[in-house]
Design a binder for this molecule. Structure first.
Ligand SMILES: Cc1ncc(C[n+]2csc(CCOP(=O)(O)OP(=O)(O)O)c2C)c(N)n1
Ligand SMILES: [Mg+2]
Length: 196
């Protein structure tokens, strides 16, 4: 576990260095600060399960067993915000809530084919407040789909405190995995001004 935490942190540090040299000509979204929580969550995610992520997906991709080199190659190409590796059952969308209906559709397919795999859908605390999330949550529950939602709460929607924007923060249902963390980086970039 300790080794994996170091692997995750080293990976973000590597991306940071490459980005600050101006070699990644697209936004990057680092997290930092949620390594322990994610390592624990991914203990229950099998390689045959699907992981649906968002713009902040580097840790999810690494923890789902996608080789570092493959991820790095895509990030350097400018694909950090939408890492997709179908062969590894990994989907990420840069659209807020964009991955949710995709994950739901995959789960419907799994159920129809009577397969055993599950779909794990990661959402930020602001994405959790969207109508898309709540419709998908109800649908997944009503049709007993093999879906598990994980809410990653850093308290922020880009730079807006989520609770200021939404006032009545939704109650987290008991069957949703939920964890809090303090973002170690700005919403995107590294905090340094980069000229391309
Ligand atoms: C449809 C859409 N609207 C706006 C954006 C811009 N945007 C990117 S991330 C984000 C905030 C998301 O906050 P949260 O779900 O809490 O995720 P976090 O980035 O904090 O992990 C917004 C508004 C977007 N990507 N897609
Ligand atoms: Mg957030």
């Amino acid at each position: 576990m300790k080794n994996f935490k170091i692997k995750l942190i080293n990976f973000e540090n590597k991306i940071k260095k490459i980005y600050e040299k101006g070699l990644i000509k697209a936004p990057i979204h680092l997290s930092s600060g949620n390594e322990d929580q994610l390592i624990k969550i991914f203990k229950n995610i099998k390689r045959g399960d699907w992981v649906i992520s968002n713009w902040r997906s580097h840790y999810h991709a690494l923890l789902h067993g996608i080789p570092e080199k493959k991820i790095l190659k895509e990030i350097v190409k400018g694909k950090s915000m939408s890492l997709n590796f179908k062969q590894h059952k990994f989907v990420a969308s840069s659209i807020v809530a964009g991955g949710i209906p995709i994950g739901l559709g995959i789960a419907v397919g799994i159920k129809r084919k009577k397969k055993k795999s599950k779909v794990f859908i990661f959402v930020g605390d602001m994405t959790f407040e969207t109508g898309v999330f709540h419709e998908a949550y109800k649908y997944a529950k009503n049709y007993k789909l093999p879906v598990k939602f994980i809410v990653e709460d850093n308290g922020l929607s880009t730079n807006t405190p989520t609770k200021d924007a939404w006032i009545n923060i939704s109650k987290k249902p008991k069957d949703v995995i939920y964890y809090k963390y303090k973002r170690g980086y700005p919403h995107h970039g590294t905090g340094s001004w980069v000229l391309f």
